[in-house]
Design a binder for this molecule. Sequence first.
Ligand SMILES: Cc1cc2nc3c(=O)[nH]c(=O)nc-3n(C[C@H](O)[C@H](O)[C@H](O)COP(=O)(O)OP(=O)(O)OC[C@H]3O[C@@H](n4cnc5c(N)ncnc54)[C@H](O)[C@@H]3O)c2cc1C
Length: 283
Amino acid sequence: MSVLVPTSLDAARDALSANPSATVLAGGTDLMVEVNERRREVVDVIAVDRVAELRAWSHDPVSRTLTIGAAVTWSEIEDAPFLAWVPSLAQAARTVGSPQIRHAGTIGGNLGTCSPAGDGLPPLSALEAVVHLTGPGGERSLPFAEFMTGPKRNARAAGELITAVTVPVLRGPQGYAKVGVRNAMVIATAGVALVCDADAGGVRLALGSVGPVILRCPEAEAIVAAEADFAAGRLAEPALRAAAEAARAAARPIDDHRSTAAYRRHAVGVLTARLLRRAFPHD
Ligand SMILES: Cc1cc2nc3c(=O)[nH]c(=O)nc-3n(C[C@H](O)[C@H](O)[C@H](O)COP(=O)(O)OP(=O)(O)OC[C@H]3O[C@@H](n4cnc5c(N)ncnc54)[C@H](O)[C@@H]3O)c2cc1C
C-alpha cells in the first residue's frame, strides 16, 4: 500500500495517470465509511486535500460564473460569498452532516460518490453545472446531466481526477430543502433544489433521493416559467400547486430502508411548494 500526498495539480494528475487503480481520497467522509465497512478495498491512495488548485475557487464577473475546486469543503461553501452567488448550493451545504463532516467533506467527494442522496447534487443539476476532469487523455468538461450516470455511478474514467465544477451566478431566488428521518445529521429521503433565472424568465427544479439519478422536472419548470412574475415575485396559488404536482409526478422513488416511495413522492410535492412560496411570496 502506498499513500501519496501531492501538493500540486500536476503532481496529483501524474500520480493518478501512472496508477489509475489508485483511490483518490479527499475528506474521506464517504470513502472511509466504505473502507471501514469493508465495502471497498483500497490499495494505493492519492490524497488531494493539499492540492492548492483543487482547494481554490474563482469568480468571473464578466461571464458571471463561479468555478469551485473539487477539494473545496462544504464548510466553505455554506457561507459568504457562496451564499450570495449560489444560494441553493450554500443552503444544501448547510444540510450536509455535521460541522465536522462539512469541515472535511468536499464538493468533489460528493460528485465522486454520486449518491442520488448527495445534497450537493440537486443544486448542481438545477444550476446546470459543468464538471471538469483531467487525466491520461487530457482535460474534459461535462454537463452535470452527463456526468451522473446512475446511483453511485458517474462518467469519470479510470485515472481521471475531478478538478472543479463551474456554475452560473444567476439573478433570482434559489433554495434547497430536504427531509430525512430527523432534522440534523441525516441523509435525505427527498431533496429539492430550485434555481430561478430572472433574466431568462426561467426556473429549474431538481430532485434528489427519488430516482437513480438527480431528476429535473421539465413540466413543473414550464408551468412556473409561464405563470410567474419574476419582477413582482408573484406566482398564483393554482399555478404553484400545479407545479408542485408536476414535480411530484416527475419523481421516480423506491421503497428502501430510509423511506417508502409514497412518502418520498409526497415529500417532493411539499418541498417544491415550500420552495416556490419562498421564491414567489406574492400570490
Ligand atoms: C456522518 C456522516 C454524515 C453525512 N451526511 C451527509 C449529508 O447530510 N449529505 C451528503 O450529501 N453527504 C453526507 N455524507 C457523505 C459525505 O460527507 C459527502 O458525500 C462528502 O461530500 C464527501 O466528500 P469527501 O471529500 O469526504 O469525499 P471522500 O470520502 O474523500 O471521497 C468520496 C469519493 O469520491 C472520490 N473522490 C473524491 N475526490 C475526488 C476527486 N477530486 N476526483 C476524483 N474522485 C474523487 C473518492 O475516491 C471516493 O470514491 C455524510 C457522511 C458521514 C460520514
